[in-house]
Write a protein of this length. Structure first.
Length: 403
């Protein structure tokens, strides 16, 4: 049994945070933040030029609380993004750039189709980069996020400082350094801190421009994935069948076990496919309960979560990569008739699990792996299939158990 000691699992302890409240006016914030930026290496004149007359982006607060990867069922998120049209456009786009994708894949050891899938899901193969409603100056967006003080304040501050570093490096300025409302830049949408840490001048023109150079964008994202621990030549995972009576408490990402561990317990690949190696370290992932699709995931799946924390996003990228290669859809259907609890009910679920001594996390209504594991323990105590899938029925059952 292989214990996973990846920073990616530290990331897995939280979900997208909500906004807090500003503690000062936007103008006061910009003036007060200058000292922090200068201490981080930003020239004071550069800072003032980048922030003089800046106003907050009024659309940011709503966008923070409506991110689709955290507010829609997994199947809806995936099916919307891994559509027939997007698959077809992706195959055409990658075909036109085949030499480039082959070159980057060989140079960095990252599956070109994973890069192509990220490209498609993030910017529809670059199509949205000219859309002013989606792509905007990121110094303004990031300053708004920091001023609003959402739950990831330190990360937002780091990204704002990194964006100012990019402005300081030139040739881009506060108006031409553009990206998403959350600050992600270019074809494959990399946030400024990671551009600073992993950015690559793939086309050799002396600058890193992820917006205008697909080569730079692919090289940067490939480097980012490798630095997160991507294993060359390893698949992201496999859709599997699980036998009746299987112990779903083994579906945990706290540790990776050799694939043979699950094979010995009757887990098989769908469509009678064979596992290439029973030595591959994997974990069992059951995102929508025992009635939905099930997967054995490798470390490379967790790397995708390092790129974007959402499981919906990571699985969409993984599935899109397979579809771009010509594979068909998932075998097991999604449980689309499932009814889910609202925010107040999700908080009540967590509170009930706390009262039952099964959960020590925050009661915030954000259902992630820790809440799911706690609910699985409750299911096991009741002799139920302990798949950890939290639904409206979970709320009703826990409410009855804690009356």
């Amino acid at each position: 049994m292989i214990r996973l000691v990846s920073v990616l699992l530290i990331l897995a302890l939280g979900l997208t945070p909500a906004l807090a409240q500003p503690v000062e006016s936007f103008g006061d914030f910009l003036r007060n933040f200058e000292a922090k930026a200068v201490a981080a290496g930003i020239d004071a004149d550069i800072y003032r030029k980048a922030t003089n007359g800046l106003t907050p982006d009024p659309s940011v607060p709503k966008l923070v609380t409506s991110q689709p990867e955290f507010t829609t069922p997994m199947w809806e998120y995936i099916e919307t993004r891994v559509s027939a049209g997007r698959i077809s456009r992706g195959q055409a786009a990658m075909g036109k750039q085949q030499a480039l994708f082959d070159k980057v894949g060989t140079a960095y050891g990252v599956d070109p189709f994973i890069l192509g899938a990220i490209w498609g899901i993030e910017t529809d193969y670059g199509a949205v980069l000219g859309n002013a409603k989606l792509i905007r100056p990121i110094v303004r967006s990031l300053a708004t996020l920091v001023h609003q003080r959402r739950g990831r304040l330190k990360e937002d501050e780091a990204d704002l400082i990194a964006a100012l570093q990019l402005v300081q490096m030139g040739p881009l300025n506060r108006d031409t350094l553009v990206g998403s409302w959350a600050g992600a830049i270019g074809h494959l949408q990399v946030n400024p801190s990671n551009v600073i840490a992993h950015g690559r001048d793939g086309d050799g023109d002396g600058r890193i421009d992820l917006h205008n150079s697909l080569t730079d964008a692919l090289a940067t994202s490939a480097t980012f994935l490798r630095d997160l621990g991507y294993q060359p030549g390893q698949d992201w995972g496999f859709e599997v069948d699980v036998p009746p009576g299987f112990d779903y408490t083994l579906a945990t990402r706290d540790e990776l076990r050799p694939l043979s561990f699950f094979a010995e317990r009757g887990v098989t690949r769908v469509k009678d496919r064979r596992f290439a190696s029973l030595d591959t370290p994997v974990f069992l992932y059951v995102p929508t309960g025992h009635k939905g699709p099930k997967f054995l995931m490798t470390q490379n799946y967790l790397v995708l979560k390092g790129y974007n924390f959402s499981d919906s996003y990571a699985l969409a990228v993984a599935h899109m990569a397979d579809r771009l290669k010509g594979s068909t859809g998932l075998v097991q259907p999604w449980p689309k008739k499932t009814k889910f609890p609202d925010l107040a009910q999700r908080k009540a679920i967590q509170k009930a699990l706390v009262d039952l001594g099964l959960y020590q996390g925050v009661v915030d209504g954000r259902i992630g792996p820790i809440s799911q594991a706690a609910y699985a323990r409750f299911q096991a105590s009741k002799g139920e299939i302990a798949d950890g899938f939290i639904t409206l029925e979970s709320y009703e059952e826990l409410a009855a158990a804690t009356r």
